[in-house]
Design a protein around this ligand. Structure first.
Ligand code: ATP
Length: 359
C-alpha cells in the first residue's frame, strides 16, 4: 500500500462478549480508510479489567471467527487465548511486533471508552513504543479525556490519521460511522427474552441461540438475569440472606435515595416468578452515577451481612444490576430505562413508587 514494502496492520482487542456490528463496522471502515493490509481482531482470554464473561473464551473466539468469515480484510488472532497469563495488551503488542519487520506499521484500535481507561492498563506508557493508537468514537461515551492522558495527547496526537509516520508512537482519532451498540446491551436484550437481531451478524446470533448463551432461565418474560451458573446461585440461595425480602428492599431504596437516584420503582414479582421476590428499578443521570448508585446499594447491604449473588453492567454504566437473591436492583440511564421498559415487561405485577424519590 505504501510502496516501501512496509506492512500496515491494525489490531482490535476486546472481550467480544459477543462481537457485534459496532466492532465490525468500525474495523472494516478503519481497514479501508487507513489502507491496512490486515486488521486483526484479538479476543482476550482473561480480561484483566472485566468480570468473567458468561461465554467461554472458545465461544467468544468462535463467534468472532464466524463474524469475519468471508471478509478478507478482517482476520482473527487467537494468541491471547493460547497464553497462560493475563492478557495484557502490552504483551500482545510485543509478541505481534516480534513477528513483524521493524518498519511495519502497527495500529492499535481503541474505542474512546477503552482509551480513557488506558492509565489503569499494565505498562500503558510503553504501548506507543510498539504501535500507533487509533481512537474510535463511541457515541454513548463521555467526551472529556481523563487528566492523566492530557499530556500524552498534547505530545503525541496527530490530527490526520493518514499522516501517522513510522512504526508507532503517535495517536490519532478516527470518525467512523457512530454506532451506539455495546455487548452489554446485547446481553441484556437476550437475557430479557428480546431480539438482538441486526445488532450483530446473523451467524453470530445463530451461534448464540444454538449454544444457549446469555439467556436468563425463563427468558420468555424475565427481566431478571442470573449471571452465575445455577448451582452456584442455588448455593447462595441456601446460604441466603437472613432477612425478609421487604427489609432488603428498604435498605436498597434508602441507599438509592441517599445519592439521589430518580424514579425508584419497586415491583413485587413473587407471584410471577420463582427467581426473585422484588425488582427495584431506579434511574441515574450519568454512567458515573449509575455505577455509584449500585455501589452504594452494595455497600449498604454488605453492612447488613448480605452477600450479593452477582452484578453486571458496571463497566458500561448504561444499565447496571445487582442480584441480591431475593431482590434484584436495576439502575439505568433514563434512555436505557425507556428502551427496556421493565415496568411494561412486568405489567401484571404490583408496582409501587418509592415514597421519597428525588425529583
Ligand atoms: P461491553 O458492553 O461488554 O463492555 P463492548 O461492546 O464495549 O463490550 P468490547 O469487546 O469490550 O465490547 O470492545 C472491544 C473494543 O471495541 C474496545 O476498544 C471498545 O471501545 C470498542 N468498541 C466496542 N463497541 C464499539 C462501538 N459500538 N463503536 C466503536 N468502538 C467500539
Amino acid at each position: 500500500m505504501n510502496g516501501l514494502g512496509a506492512r500496515r496492520i491494525g489490531l482490535l482487542g476486546g472481550t467480544f462478549n459477543p462481537v457485534h456490528i459496532g466492532h465490525l463496522r468500525a474495523a472494516l471502515e478503519v481497514a479501508e480508510f487507513m489502507a491496512l493490509d490486515e486488521l486483526r481482531l484479538i479476543p482476550s482470554a482473561r480480561p484483566p479489567h472485566r468480570d468473567t464473561p458468561q461465554a467461554t473464551a472458545e465461544q467468544r473466539l468462535a463467534m468472532v471467527e464466524l463474524a469475519v468469515s468471508g471478509e478478507t480484510r478482517l482476520t482473527v488472532d487467537d494468541r491471547e487465548l493460547l497464553r497462560d497469563k493475563p492478557s495484557y495488551t502490552v504483551d500482545t503488542l510485543e509478541s505481534v511486533r516480534a513477528e513483524l519487520a521493524a518498519d511495519d506499521q502497527l495500529f492499535l484500535l481503541l474505542g474512546w471508552d477503552a482509551f480513557c481507561g488506558l492509565p489503569s492498563w499494565h505498562r500503558w506508557q510503553e504501548l506507543l513504543q510498539h504501535c500507533h493508537l487509533l481512537v474510535l468514537q463511541r457515541p454513548d461515551a463521555d467526551s472529556e479525556a481523563p487528566e492523566a492522558l492530557r499530556d500524552l495527547l498534547a505530545a503525541r496526537s496527530v490530527s490526520d490519521p493518514l499522516s501517522l509516520q513510522g512504526a508507532g508512537g503517535q495517536i490519532s482519532f478516527i470518525w467512523q460511522t457512530p454506532l451506539a451498540i455495546s455487548a452489554t446491551q446485547i446481553r441484556h436484550l437476550l437475557a430479557t427474552g428480546r431480539s438482538a437481531r441486526y445488532l450483530l451478524p446473523d451467524a453470530v446470533l445463530a451461534y448464540i441461540q444454538a449454544h444457549d448463551l446469555y439467556r436468563a432461565p425463563n427468558a420468555e418474560n424475565a427481566a431478571h438475569v442470573r449471571w452465575r451458573p445455577l448451582h452456584e446461585a442455588n448455593e447462595s440461595f441456601m446460604s441466603k440472606q437472613n432477612m425478609p425480602s421487604e427489609e432488603l428492599v428498604k435498605i436498597a431504596v434508602a441507599a438509592l435515595e441517599e445519592i439521589k437516584a430518580t424514579d425508584i420503582t419497586v415491583i413485587d414479582v413473587k407471584d410471577k416468578t420463582s427467581i426473585t421476590d422484588f425488582m427495584v428499578i431506579a434511574s441515574g443521570s450519568s454512567s458515573r452515577q449509575v455505577k455509584s448508585l449500585v455501589e452504594n446499594v452494595l455497600e449498604k447491604v454488605k453492612e447488613q451481612g448480605v452477600r450479593p449473588i452477582g452484578s453486571e453492567g458496571l463497566d458500561s454504566g448504561e444499565w447496571a444490576l445487582l442480584d441480591l437473591g431475593d431482590i434484584v436492583v436495576h439502575v439505568m440511564l433514563p434512555t436505557a430505562r425507556q428502551f427496556y421498559d421493565l415496568e411494561r415487561l412486568w405489567q401484571g405485577a404490583e408496582q409501587s413508587r418509592a415514597q421519597h424519590s428525588a425529583e
